[in-house]
Design a protein around this ligand. Structure first.
Ligand SMILES: [Zn+2]
Length: 301
């Protein structure tokens, strides 16, 4: 459906999934367009206006379904290119795309996903648990190349929230990606406030997702992490997302899903941080974080 002017993004779930498929999550695929539509409608009814889908290449993104879902729900959707950890793919698939990974990312950002899909609006990659393996380094180098060619932001899955500073050292130090083009995901899963602050000081965006059943052990520390960052003057670095990864987690199936972000979670955060700041987490911050100059196509937005 084309570019979205940052001012038109509106209330944004900055990290979520409408479609997702991985051999690591057997039997839990998000593959049903009708269920995705129902969840989007629930999100819209809760005041939501935009969803950033962090599902990368080869994980059942549902790219051709997204324009229709966006049109019918009235929720803007941003799709992703990029690549997850090797464990999410077959060796054959990786062998096929590795020779020109950056070219694949750039084509999906500037021309479209597959033959008929929409353009991607961000690049999703993944780190490892307190470290970066060869696949991760190769993928991040390709992501950096695509970032330089297009201006698109890079969203990073941090494994259990770890490795934030290793990722910044690689992407921004070695590969010269501007820090404000990097969005670190899942930091709530490793609630080390010193690392959070260092990542924010470096200039990256921090996307806190959940609460979710899978990360209940650290969910209770999420509000305090946001308060600490805000108190330290980094309220403009914070993004919020739901990260719905299984059908059972959808609100329409009795889980928290996308609406929880804008209902209980938002209310809870407003009690300590105030309405204005939380509204910025959900509107102006994502509008800035995901904005791209589209260097290659020369377009606006
Ligand atoms: Zn995710």
């Amino acid at each position: 459906m084309g570019d979205i002017a940052p001012a038109d993004l509106g209330v944004c779930d900055a990290h979520d999934h409408l479609f997702l498929r991985s051999p690591l999550l057997p039997g839990q695929e998000l593959a049903d367009a009708a269920a995705a539509a129902a969840e989007l409608n629930a999100f819209r009814a809760a005041g939501g206006a935009a969803v950033i889908q962090w599902t990368p290449y080869g994980m059942g993104r549902g790219a051709t379904e997204l324009p229709c879902l966006a049109r019918e729900s009235g929720v803007r959707i941003v799709a992703a290119t990029g690549l997850h950890q090797a464990a999410h793919y077959t060796p054959e698939l990786l062998d096929r795309i590795r020779p020109d990974l950056a070219g694949l990312f750039v084509a999906e950002l500037t021309e479209g996903i597959g033959e008929t899909g929409p353009r991607a609006g961000m690049i999703k990659v993944a780190g490892g648990y307190h470290g970066l393996d060869a696949h991760t380094r190769y993928t991040m180098a390709a992501a950096a190349e695509a970032q330089h060619a297009t201006g698109a932001a890079i969203g990073v899955h941090l494994e259990l929230g770890t490795g934030a500073l290793d990722v910044l050292e690689l992407l921004c130090g070695e590969l010269a990606v501007p820090p404000d083009r990097v969005i670190l995901g899942h930091l709530n899963r490793s609630p080390d406030l010193v690392v959070h602050r260092a990542a924010a000081e470096a200039g990256a965006y921090l996307a806190f997702d959940g609460p979710s059943r899978a990360h209940h052990a650290t969910d209770w520390r999420l509000p305090d992490a946001l308060a600490a960052l805000s108190d330290a003057g980094f309220g403009d670095r914070i993004l919020l997302g739901g990260d719905t990864t299984t059908a059972g987690a959808r609100s329409v199936n009795g889980g928290p899903g996308m609406p929880h972000l804008l209902c209980r979670h938002r209310e809870r955060l407003e009690l300590t941080l105030g309405k204005d700041l939380v509204t910025r987490f959900l509107t102006t911050n994502p509008a800035r974080a995901f904005a791209a100059t589209w260097a290659r196509t020369g377009g606006g937005g």
